[in-house]
Ligand binder design. Structure first.
Ligand SMILES: NC(=O)c1ccc[n+]([C@@H]2O[C@H](COP(=O)([O-])OP(=O)(O)OC[C@H]3O[C@@H](n4cnc5c(N)ncnc54)[C@H](O)[C@@H]3O)[C@@H](O)[C@H]2O)c1
Length: 315
């Protein structure tokens, strides 16, 4: 089986490629942008580049002729895009529209003219907006951020291309993924880095906001299962984690794990962020046999070890 993964040098994409390559006779074509010279992206793909069944292409999905890459491709995982809620307000919005919306449309157009088994689009819990309690996939989508709007646009493009052109799309909605190689703009990465440097932690709002945190190994296991699953085409599936927690609870776990007290700077609540997220994962359990297993404490420890190595090496 040949699998194309976009965003392969990113946080989740690099873990997904590693997971897919655990199955023998799988070839993975990774696509990403501006990899050389980017220390974090190079670090993400370091072990992948040694794998004989992995090929990496440094191309811009916005401009490249994508049909070149489609030969013999069975499954596409589309993770490339611009993530992050806060920076989607203001001048950067154009890059969200282009790299999230237009790139997805270009890929779907290309898929119209090639036979593939599945096109798996990676979306986000940000499409739900503010909700009470666990969210099921059929709840109304009311994104609170421009980021969420562009991800929802891409979801809807998937539905349209499935409806009219039978592109075999599947949408996964990830809930806050964490673990080794987490993006530097994400909260756990910032907190751990600031604590390792003995600097104050910046918390947006009162810290009582809660998230459904998904450890990256659980996340990519569920994602990899989609390629082999029946009855998933045309579906939207939540991928949540083993545990939920508030930001303050996470900080207190980090204090225990690092054996030091955090100094916290509370700043104004971020615009576009819901107070709580909570995934109902029954659909993923049923269709993908998904059982997230990594507890928050264990996952945080793994992220600490990874970041200690990353930042020590730089000094
Ligand atoms: N990390 C999370 O908690 C989370 C939660 C929900 C959804 N998601 C979604 O999962 C996907 C991966 O997220 P991530 O955290 O790994 O992000 P990431 O930024 O680490 O990875 C995305 C990759 O896409 C690449 N990319 C962007 N535009 C491109 C283009 N035009 N051509 C080629 N490559 C391009 C970037 O270079 C980057 O390496 C994203 O689509 C994101 O919206 C992530």
């Amino acid at each position: 089986m040949t699998i194309l993964v976009t965003g392969a040098a990113g946080f989740v994409g690099s873990h997904l490629c590693e997971q897919l390559l655990k199955t023998s006779e799988t070839n993975v074509i990774g696509i990403d942008l501006n990899i050389e010279g980017n220390q974090l992206k190079m670090r993400n793909v370091k072990s992948l580049l040694k794998h004989p069944n992995f090929k990496l292409y440094d191309i811009d999905l916005l401009t490249e002729d994508l049909s070149t890459f489609m030969k013999n491709v069975d499954v596409i995982y589309h993770l490339a895009g611009i993530p992050g809620v806060r920076s989607s307000f203001g001048n950067d919005f154009e890059s969200y529209i282009l790299n999230n919306g237009l790139v997805t449309q270009r890929l779907l157009e290309t898929c119209r003219h090639h036979t593939i088994a599945k096109f798996i689009y990676i979306s986000t819990s940000s499409v739900y907006g503010e909700k009470d309690g666990k969210v099921t996939e059929d709840l109304p989508t009311v994104p609170l951020s421009p980021y969420g709007v562009t991800k929802l646009t891409s979801e809807q493009l998937c539905h349209i291309y499935h409806l009219y052109f039978k592109v075999p799309t599947v949408v996964l909605r990830y809930f806050t993924v964490y673990g080794p190689r987490q993006r530097p703009d994400m909260a756990f990465h910032r907190f751990i880095k600031q604590m390792l440097e003995n600097k104050p932690i910046t918390v947006y709002g009162d810290g009582l906001q809660s998230r459904d945190f998904t450890y990256v190994a659980d996340c990519v296991q569920a994602t990899a299962a989609v390629k082999d699953a029946d009855y998933v085409i045309g579906e939207t599936i939540n991928i949540g984690g083993k545990e939920r927690a508030t930001v303050l609870e996470v900080i207190s776990t980090l204090e225990e794990l690092l054996g030091q007290k955090a100094k916290i700077d509370f700043v104004t609540k971020a615009t576009g962020e819901p107070m709580h997220t909570w995934a109902d994962i029954s659909k993923a359990q049923k269709l993908l046999n998904y059982r997230p297993s990594v507890r928050l404490r264990e996952g945080l420890m793994n992220e600490i070890v990874d970041l200690a190595e990353l930042y020590d090496r730089k000094e």
